[in-house]
Design a protein around this ligand. Sequence first.
Ligand SMILES: C[C@@H](NS(C)(=O)=O)c1cncc(N2C(=O)c3ccc(Cl)cc3C2(C)C)c1
Length: 478
Amino acid sequence: PAPVPVPAAARPLPYEAIPRSGRNAWLSLYRLWRSNSFQRFHLVMQRNFQRLGPIYRETIGTYNCVNVLLPRDAAQLFQSEGIFPRRMGIESWIAHRQIRNHKCGIFLLNGEEWRSDRLILNKEVISPAGTRKFLPFLNAVAQDFVTLMHRRISKNTRRSLTIDLYGDLFRFTLEASSYALYGERLGLLEESPNAESQRFISAVETMLRTTLPLLFIPPGLMRWVNTKLWRDHIEAWDTIFKHADKCIQNIYQEFCLGQPRKYSGIMAELLMQAELPLDSIKANVTEFTAGGVDTTAMPLLFTLFELARNPSVQTAIRREIAEAESQGPRELSKVLNSMPLLKSALKETLRLYPVGITVQRYPTKDVVLQNYCVPAGTLCQVGLYAMGRSPEVFSNPERYDPLRWLSKEDNSFKALAFGFGARQCIGRRLAETEMMLFLMHVLRNFRIDTVSKADIKTVFGFILMPEKPPLLTFRPID
Ligand SMILES: C[C@@H](NS(C)(=O)=O)c1cncc(N2C(=O)c3ccc(Cl)cc3C2(C)C)c1
């Protein structure tokens, strides 16, 4: 019998038929560069989806990519990632490691090298057992932040404090992640935080800010032209590595003097296990140290702002915290697991303000996205910012409503702020725990208000951040 003809609708359309954002690759790069709209990349993507639909192809300079925003296309993409998932590399970061002869951490590794480091690190950094060990360290720092705020409020006449929390949040996240990593306090929440750590924090900011324009320029050209941008980038990296090296030296000396009996942080556990060579431990712990600052500080700032302009949500979460506390002293991880509304508030913040605005993969086999055939090896990315604000995916997307995550609705492949699968963010548990403990202590001690209720404009500086930090008011709860 003659083969049954496949109806045209079901047969996937060719790759070339995918709608395209720009005609000419170099013109697009020039336009982006001229209008400095790298910083508005997330908004450019959102507008492209509104113009072209749920899938489009982008060619900027040498960079060619297929963009999707619907959960089911994200699911398709992740199901073809293979056992060595891969993202777009950051050439300027790799170039720095080569110039300075440093090893790369898992963020920059791929294939077997990535997988062997990742499996060893998972045990101490993201596993429930590893998280339970560093959780008390994060709790101590969150309590110290509350003490710092009380001390400041008691100093001024009015029983409240209106402040730009930007700098304090960076000090909090660096203090917390450093304590969990090295088992030592930097003293950043004291009255006079030490200058060396401040230099490290601004080096991370400089490095992230200079990464963006370098993303699309081959480092060979950058090094040859040797612009100020490149020099600032390398100088920031050197400061970052020097700081991490000092912290690592401290704990390494202590470690050589004798095995510390009790848990003293992730780094000590990795040294004790001795499954990773020292230079691999250094490369990864340096990534965690630098990657643990801005990434966690920003969602805290956005959450406090949204709770300030949604007082009924703030009250509901405060009630949930009181409820969790009233069940008597329990292991901290159990207390955190009994605050689903607080955890959903963090999900809601990351929906509206995703720290990493996209998740990228190179599929290892041909994949069909929106009925188009996308060949293996094509760079694809899920536009998290556009997905989080798409009415096709979330009802009333502009509303800050944590309850949406607790409804019976099917939310699969909608909460992708930490990525997906074996290559998802390894700092996820550290970040989630740090943010939950911070918010639990802060909301139990203060009512948060904001000067202006208007939307915060966001800029993309490799991390999604506010164009202008909001002013927040803290009022002690007696
Ligand atoms: C913002 C988001 N971009 S992403 C991974 O989704 O494309 C992201 C998520 N988690 C961690 C990071 N990191 C940093 O910020 C950072 C700084 C310095 C170094 Cl040595 C390593 C890092 C990493 C990559 C860990 C960045």
